[in-house]
Design a protein around this ligand. Sequence first.
Ligand SMILES: [Zn+2]
Length: 348
Amino acid sequence: MNLNLLKAISEAPGVSGFEYGVPTLIRKELGGHTDGMREDRFGNLYVSKGNGKRTLMVAAHTDEIGLIVKHIDDKGFIRFAKLGGVPDHILLAQRVSVHGMKERVRGVIGCKAIHVMKDEEKKQLVTYDKMFIDTGATKDQLSKMGVSVGTPITMERGLTELKGDLVVAKAMDDRAGCYMLIEALKIAKPANKVVGVFTVQEEVGLRGATMSAFAVKPDIGIAIDTTIAGDHPEIGESEAPVKLGYGPVILAADGRRDSLGGGLIANPIIRGWIMDLADKSKIPYQLEVLEGGTTDATAMQLAHEGVPAGCISIPSRYVHSFSEVVSKKDLDSGVKLLAKMMESKLPF
Ligand SMILES: [Zn+2]
């Protein structure tokens, strides 16, 4: 486990559309380990290795959920919009970084103190439109630091190790996926042409994967992401059976809660291929049908005349909370499994 890399990549700021810091870090980390790297005008980073006839595309998204400046009032208080699925109830009192063009400004998300709330207000969820960011700076000072409408905002959350092989950090969705793709690209001796794509703008509609799958034209597309671990109070086992520490998750299907529409039904041959490789290499894994979310694989499957696609996820507690908990052992197993896939004959 390369904990330094996991820490650096999770702490790097990169909300959807403003991922800049993350590809730079990945380029540095993978220098000398690949056969080529390029970035497109949208910000997707393509890393290739191997030169077989068939192409395996593996996508991990670099963007994280966060906020963007919507309005600055005369006193310098900032109102914001959300980039991606940010739940209101985890925003309050978060420390943030407002990424001005000239300076990174620290701030805190505030709202009315409980003492001045009316009884019925106290019982209600404070919604994000009732919150604001306080940086201590005036409107003029913010402007001088390059903060304006459209400035991206990330949470200030460092990686911390917990007991029992766990770590908590922001943006494990999907820096955990980026981590695994980097580490697998380093060690794999590919039997095929492998193109690792570090995609942008996944959290706002799988945008980077949509165009990069057209650019790569893969024979197989695999997304690497995180998924809901339900092994804690307040989630029933049948609601989210995936657990931390039981290995990476091989996806069967995902999509909207009502119908699994708008998602991926993983190609059964690809799913079988991955399970087979895991069995042969004695890598533990879990199977999953996920209601209420999807990944870059959904976009990849629809490129050109269709791309057989699958997805491997790492179990994560408190997804989209800025304090996402994953197991180091699962990450290690994920890297091993991914490297095996790169080194094996593709089923298509
Ligand atoms: Zn994700």
